[in-house]
Design a protein around this ligand. Structure first.
Ligand code: NAP
Length: 320
C-alpha cells in the first residue's frame, strides 16, 4: 500500500494541479500548494470540498526567483515529494514579456522557477524518511520530437539550438534559449523541453546517491484547462472537440490529476528517469508506459550545459 506523505505542488488554482491535489488529498496526503495567489488556490480547493486540514497554501510566484526563495524559507524541514506543474502558455505575445529578473516569462516560470525550486528543496527531499521520495515534472508531447506532436512546425518544434541565448544571459534583447528570434509558442515548447531535460539530468546526478526518484509525465491532452486561455477564442472551442472526436487524445482534468497522483504515489511508478505516458490516443483502460524520448531530451552533454547555465541564471553556482 502506498504511504501518504507531504507533497508540494505548484500551480493548483485550476487544471491538472488542482485535480492532482484532489487525488492526493483523497489518498491521505498533505498537500502544500504553491501559487501566486494562495487565496485563489484555497477557493479552488474549497469548490472541490477538499479537507482544509490536509492543505497548506503558500504564496510563490514561479516567475519570480525572489518569491521562490522567500516561500522556501517558510516551508517545513521535510518534504516527501514535489510536483512541478505550474506553467504559462502565451502564444499571442507580440513582444516577450519579462519576469522581475528580466527573463522571457514562459522560460522564467516554467523552467527557471522550477529549476530553482528543485535545487532549494533538495535538502528537504533528502531529509525525508518517506519510503519513496519523488520529484515529478509535467512534460509534454510537443517537446518530444520522437512523437508526432513534437514535430509540428507551428510555430516551430522545440529546439534549444546552441544555447547561445542562455550563454548571453537571457535578458533583453535575448528571449529564446537559442538566441534566435522570439516565437512565443516555441518559447513554451522550449521551456517544457528544459523541464524534461532537467528530469533526466536530475536522475543522472542524484538518483543513485539519494534514492530519490525523478520522473516526468505527459498526462494526455487536457484540452479544456485554462492553460489555453491566451489562445484565440475559436481555438479554445475547436481544440477540445478536435482532441475528443478526431485525435482521441483528450483526457479530462480529473483523469489527468489521477495520473499525476499515480506518478507521485503508486509503487508501479517508482522507477527513476522515466517519462510516463498513456499515449496520444486514449484507449479504454490504457496502461502507462515509458515513453521514448528524443535526443534533444536525453543528450547528456546538452543536459549538462543546460544545467550549468540554468544554475547561473537562477543565481546559484555550486552544486547544492
Ligand atoms: P492551468 O490550468 O492553466 O494550470 C496552470 C497552473 O499554473 C495554474 O494554477 C496557474 O495559476 C499556475 N501558474 C501560472 N503561472 C504561475 C506563476 N507565475 N506562479 C505560480 N503558479 C503559476 O494549465 P494545465 O493544463 O493544468 O497545465 C498544468 C501543467 O500540465 C503544465 O505544466 C502544462 O505544461 C502541463 N501539460 C498540460 C497539458 C494540457 O493539455 N493541458 C498537456 C501536457 C502537459 P494562475 O491561476 O495564477 O495562473
Amino acid at each position: 500500500m502506498p504511504v501518504p506523505g507531504t507533497v508540494l505542488i505548484t500551480g493548483t488554482t485550476s487544471g491538472v494541479g488542482l485535480n492532482a491535489t484532489r487525488a492526493l488529498v483523497q489518498q491521505g496526503w498533505t498537500v502544500i500548494t504553491a501559487n501566486r495567489s494562495p487565496q485563489r488556490a484555497a477557493a479552488a480547493a474549497d469548490e472541490l470540498d477538499l479537507p482544509t486540514e490536509r492543505l497548506r497554501h503558500v504564496l510563490m510566484d514561479l516567475g519570480d526567483l525572489d518569491s521562490i526563495r522567500q516561500a522556501v524559507e517558510g516551508l517545513p524541514d521535510q518534504i516527501d515529494a514535489l510536483v512541478c506543474n505550474a506553467a504559462v502558455y502565451k502564444p499571442k505575445l507580440k513582444q516577450p514579456e519579462r519576469s522581475p529578473q528580466g527573463y522571457e516569462i514562459s522560460m522564467a516560470t516554467n523552467h527557471f522557477g522550477h529549476f530553482l525550486l528543485i535545487q532549494l528543496l533538495m535538502q528537504r527531499l533528502r531529509a525525508s524518511t518517506h519510503p519513496s521520495r519523488r520529484v515529478v515534472i509535467l512534460g509534454t508531447v510537443t517537446a518530444n520530437s520522437k512523437e508526432l506532436g513534437g514535430k509540428i512546425p507551428i510555430p516551430a518544434p522545440a529546439d534549444l539550438g546552441d544555447l547561445s541565448g542562455f550563454e548571453a544571459g537571457f535578458k533583453d534583447p535575448v528571449s529564446m534559449a537559442s538566441g534566435k528570434r522570439f516565437k512565443p509558442g516555441k518559447a513554451y515548447k522550449d521551456s517544457k523541453l528544459c523541464n524534461m531535460i532537467t528530469t533526466q539530468e536530475l536522475h543522472r546526478r542524484f538518483h543513485s546517491e539519494t534514492g530519490i526518484s525523478f520522473t516526468s509525465l505527459y498526462p494526455g491532452c487536457v484540452a479544456d484547462t485554462p492553460l489555453f486561455r491566451n489562445t484565440p477564442r475559436a481555438f479554445r472551442k475547436i481544440f477540445p472537440w478536435f482532441q475528443k472526436n478526431i485525435t482521441g487524445g483528450y483526457v479530462s482534468q480529473p483523469l489527468a490529476g489521477e495520473r499525476v497522483a499515480l506518478v507521485v504515489a503508486d509503487p508501479d511508478f517508482a522507477e527513476s528517469g522515466v517519462h510516463w505516458s498513456w499515449g496520444n490516443r486514449q484507449k479504454k483502460n490504457g496502461q502507462q508506459f515509458s515513453q521514448d524520448l528524443s535526443d534533444k531530451v536525453t543528450d547528456s552533454q546538452t543536459a549538462s550545459r543546460v544545467w550549468e547555465l540554468s544554475m547561473g541564471l537562477v543565481g546559484l553556482s555550486a552544486r547544492t
